[in-house]
Write a new protein. Sequence first.
Lengths: 275, 246
Amino acid sequence: MRHHTGMGGTRAMFRRIWGLMYRHLALYRRSWPRLLELGYWPVLNMCIWGFTSSFLQARMGNPVMMAGATLLGGVLLWEVTLRSQMGMSVSFLEEMWSRNLGHVFVSPLRPFELVLALVGMSIIRMMMGVMPAVLLAWAFYAFNLFAIGPVLVLFFINLMIMGWAVALGVVSLILRHGSGAEPLAWALLFGMAPFSAVFYPVSVLPAYIQPLAYALPSTHVFEGMRAALLHGEVRWDHLAAAFALNMVWLAGAALLFNRQFHAARASGALISIGE
Amino acid sequence: MNAIQVDNLTKHYGEVRAVDGISFNAPAGATVGLLGGNGAGKTTTIAMMLGLLIPTSGRICILGHDMARDRFNALARMNFSSPYIALPARLTVRENMRVYGHLYNVARIDQRIAALSRDLDLGAILDRPAGQLSAGQKTRVALAKALINRPEVLLLDEPTASLDPDTGDLVRTWLEQYRAESGCTILLASHNMAEVERLCSHVVMLKRGVVVDRGSPDELLMRYGRHDLEAVFLDIARDRRQAVDA
């Protein structure tokens, strides 16, 4: 008697997505170093910038307090982007390192379902990585990220989407060029940090760099964050720009992924990926 | 009815013709051997059948699904095993089975795992990490993964490579049983000619990307005037003799 697999339905789609997520969650369940690593860098960053901020406040008094708050807010929100991107890229790399992609790609899992599973893992990894740092900021540096208000949710969403777009670009390049493109998973987003106005306003940047900065969704989020923290206002113009740019970035990344996946199937790179 | 139909399949990498216009089919319920030396085009052919590689030209139809347009519906009804593709080493055998049970939308996964565990003698290793298994155990686990969805078409690349004779025989016996009970169609790429003689009702011989001969093992033995397929294989590989009726 055959099992009825009933493929094609929505339930089957969600099971396939869950199947790939379960594979990664099972890995974390039995590996405390992996769990520890998730929160290690965000907490370390928070320690460094938290103490720096405390030191400046002690030396210069209250005027620096708000600047310190925007600094800590920048650290935490940048971690949201970074952990979202890394969560997706590293989950894909885990498949490659375990030489499991051959089995995954010959299963009924569609490429878009693979991406959705990676997005799911990215959200879980980001939350597990960033939340300890948020708690640390509140407990030790009296910085409450949630004081920004409900608009924080929109900041999070925008930064996560940007992280996924960058990660999808990285995965696309790994699909096409194999493990040679692996370092991009760690380096690419760091290269965008100076132009994202994470710790300083865009006006600090030279005029000829500012258009580049405004082409990054993250820049609009951090400008919005400063407006919320310093003046208590919600800059809907920046939020709208961030959403619009994210849609463009995501569409571009999806197009790139689709093309590179097809190219990898045509060239045979999918067979030898990771070698 | 053919479960597998391959027509004029070609794969070129620039000037290199890895597969050059091959055609073959596998009737439903048959076990077909795909034989050839290294570089003959077996792995490339299997990769195209699995949708991992896009053919330069030609057509592959599996269980009535055109692999160029409808591969995911075919992939849900087939499976694949190769000792050269690993399962996540840090996950236990049971966790790996669950992952693939979900990917293939298998109903009552735990019951299915228990049945496969019984059939392939995996009970003692179900909760051990896949990376800590011996070569023989890994091969049995890979086979269990390939059978998790009760495939109607099974592609096997060297299923008994690196197995001791006892375990190899156990796997071959189980494959024979599974095919007889389920009516599954098996495509077997192997360098073990005794295995091919035992399991396959039909053989396709590849050399440098083209089909150089085909037929049942008995037909090939008769055609080449040999007593075993290994001698036939060597005749073809080394261009020593032509088939008697060629």
